[in-house]
Design a binder for this molecule. Structure first.
Ligand SMILES: *[C@@H]1O[C@H](CO)[C@@H](O)[C@H](O)[C@H]1NC(C)=O
Ligand SMILES: *[C@@H]1O[C@H](CO)[C@@H](O)[C@H](O)[C@H]1NC(C)=O
Length: 277
């Protein structure tokens, strides 16, 4: 029953994900500087991503807050973007690579860039000039996330309670250019007992019916028209898992969306992408 239900969910999820296909196109937008991004998730709203202080470790502090269109109610959390501003006098041509870790509601910008990310848009010596501008015109595209030293990891959140079977996890270091649309958990050695988890917000998933450990995980990832299971076929959480601990899944997600960028390759922005390394 669970299996059938789950397959149905996956189909629904995939159907809803296809509408996001064009995100891999180069887009025009605005970026502005923010002295800091809020590390705290806003529970009960579509909220920020909840990476907390860990955000700074995720991408060397190159972080961005996205507006509704980038944050997408949390689905956009952990996505990676490359962006550059177009002013040849002030801006470097390579631009900057950022990870989306937060949400903002500002009307005048698509992205708020924190820490070193905004300065990195500038040519050497031009960061001060750039800081004076209100909201920069930028072009940006979604790119695969690359974590050279990290596998996909699972942080057990403080809201977890083993005696009640409550398990809340946060997914960290999600590589590639795909989204995680479903997460299941099962006891190691018993794949008949997969239980689905529900997205709480952004990268945080939970189940009130966690099996006793040790536990294995699998996830559906998709980017465009197809999805696939990624299965950490080994013990991920030990029987004595603890809130606050981070556990390595031993897998890496490196998939790049297959649907590519049809429809935008022919535009001027598509052409500009070729010289953008
Ligand atoms: C955003 O724009 C709307 C109307 O365009 C305006 O009413 C609202 O105050 C703006 N919000 C902010 C935070 O500037
Ligand atoms: C990633 O997982 C593999 C096993 O699949 C393991 O050998 C490797 O040490 C892990 N890498 C890191 C950085 O933990």
């Amino acid at each position: 029953m669970d299996v059938l239900l789950c397959c149905f969910c996956v189909l629904l999820l995939l159907a809803s994900a296809t509408s996001a296909a064009s995100e891999r196109c180069v887009r025009q937008g605005k970026a502005a500087y923010s002295p800091s991004l809020s590390p705290v998730p806003h529970h009960g709203s579509s909220g920020a991503c909840g990476y907390g202080a860990m955000a700074a470790e995720i991408n060397g502090g190159f972080l961005a807050a996205g507006g509704p269109r980038q944050h997408r109610g949390g689905l956009g959390c952990g996505r990676c973007f490359q962006m550059r501003c177009r002013d040849a006098k002030l801006c470097s041509s390579g631009g900057v690579r950022v990870v989306l870790t937060d949400f903002h509601r500002s009307n005048r910008t698509d992205f708020l860039l924190a820490g070193p990310a905004f300065a990195a848009l500038a040519k050497p010596g031009m960061a001060q000039e750039l800081n004076r501008l209100d909201a920069l015109s930028v072009e940006y595209k979604r790119i695969p996330c690359e974590y050279k030293e990290k596998n996909l990891s699972i942080r057990v959140e403080e809201a977890s309670d083993k005696t009640r079977g409550n398990l809340v996890v946060k997914l960290l270091y999600q590589g590639g250019q795909t989204d995680i649309l479903a997460v299941d958990v099962a006891p190691v050695g018993s794949s008949a007992e997969w239980r689905f988890m529900t997205r709480v917000y952004g990268p945080v998933w939970s189940t009130p019916r966690a099996p006793a450990g040790p536990l294995q995980f699998r996830a559906v990832v998709t980017g465009g028209y197809d999805g696939k299971w990624v299965w950490a076929d080994q013990e991920v959480l030990p029987a004595d898992w603890r809130p606050g601990q981070v556990y390595d899944t031993g897998v890496r997600i490196a998939d790049v969306a297959r649907d590519g960028c049809r429809g935008c390759a022919a535009t001027a922005a598509g052409a500009a992408m070729d010289d953008w390394k």
